[in-house]
Design a protein around this ligand. Sequence first.
Ligand code: NDP
Ligand code: MG
Length: 386
Amino acid sequence: MDNIHNITIIGSTGSIGTQTLEVADNCKNIRVWGLSSNSNIELLEKQIRKYRPKVACVVSNEKAKELRLKTADTDTVILSGTEGLCDVACVKEADTTLTAVVGISGLIPTINAIKNKKNIALANKETLVCAGHIITELCKEYNVKLIPIDSEHSAIFQSMQGFRKEDVKRILLTASGGPFFGMKKDQLENIKAEDALKHPNWNMGAKVTIDSSTLVNKGLEVIEAKWLFGVDTKNIKVLIHRQSIIHSMVEYKDNGVIAQLGYPDMKLPIQYAIEYPQRLPMKGNEIDFTKYNTLTFDEPDMQTFHALALAYKAAEEGGSMAAVFNGADEAAVELFMDGKIKYLEISDVIEKAMYNIKNIKEPTVDEIIQTDKAAREYVYNEQLRK
Ligand code: NDP
Ligand code: MG
């Protein structure tokens, strides 16, 4: 039997969470000790019955009460609230915490997990975007690994194995371009949530799908790459690659380029992050290159998809500006999905929030949370002012 991996998953009912459990079904060396959802107790109950974790958390207190009654015949302890989420992230038996919650809700549980010496398998990019300086320092201090799950970052991480970090010249971060690639602003005027929710190559949660369409997601990923790999954002180049077969590349000083390729399926980066450094067999999804005899590369259109330019600006300004960018986007996506703002207003309100909210140098965790709140409030108020 290969090494046993004891994991706990925050956000187990989402797209990444459920795919992680599929990976656990296929790799017999993964044990699941903790699960969590925000409010989906139907799926969480099924997961509890199948995986029998020690603890599970539903953030909603009301829903947690219901789930406690439903699962009274099991040994799983049902927790609730942010504290409960932190307890799931820190469950004693786990050596790795897989962060699959969406948005800044992952920040406090991830910090707690690191302080409890858990390695982090990171899907929840927003946490690293908002608090990169804190998370990377804590990982060093507690001597824990931070392994990316985001497909591009997993590809970069894989493309750096066996090479020296100081020999890296540039990161080439690929992007599918989303459903609106090639369109101009006048064609995006009346885009509705259901249009933006149709991603050409990946099946993901709602927030990351909308973010992919606006290129906010690629912006978050530029900042994520800066923290994960210690590369200045001026050396991180976004390339539109419509086929999503090359998941990203690393260019070295001698102009040699190393890439990781594969069928677009998150189960590979999830499995790699848990099993690293070993590569276990995976069923299906072998790539047939004859079906992809053309791989294309384009420059991103940062005028139409202005949010990508704003992310570079946020990274350049540093401090708490990435938390402003992220918080404003989280609020704007919520309003867009509720039909309260138009598609193009998402990047407009992010820009206004970045202009109006004070940048704090070296923010503490509390200051990041306050900044996130201020950015959200700014966006909600901006919508009311209309
Ligand atoms: P989903 O929306 O599918 O799932 C989110 C999970 O987090 C669910 O379990 C949800 O519970 C829970 N959750 C939602 N809000 C909160 C909250 N406020 N507090 C605690 N838990 C919460 O998201 P994805 O799986 O798509 O994405 C998860 C993370 O992974 C994101 O950061 C995303 O950017 C990143 N990622 C995702 C990819 C993908 O292919 N999906 C690819 C690369 C990165 P409930 O079910 O009850 O709502
Ligand atoms: Mg990605």
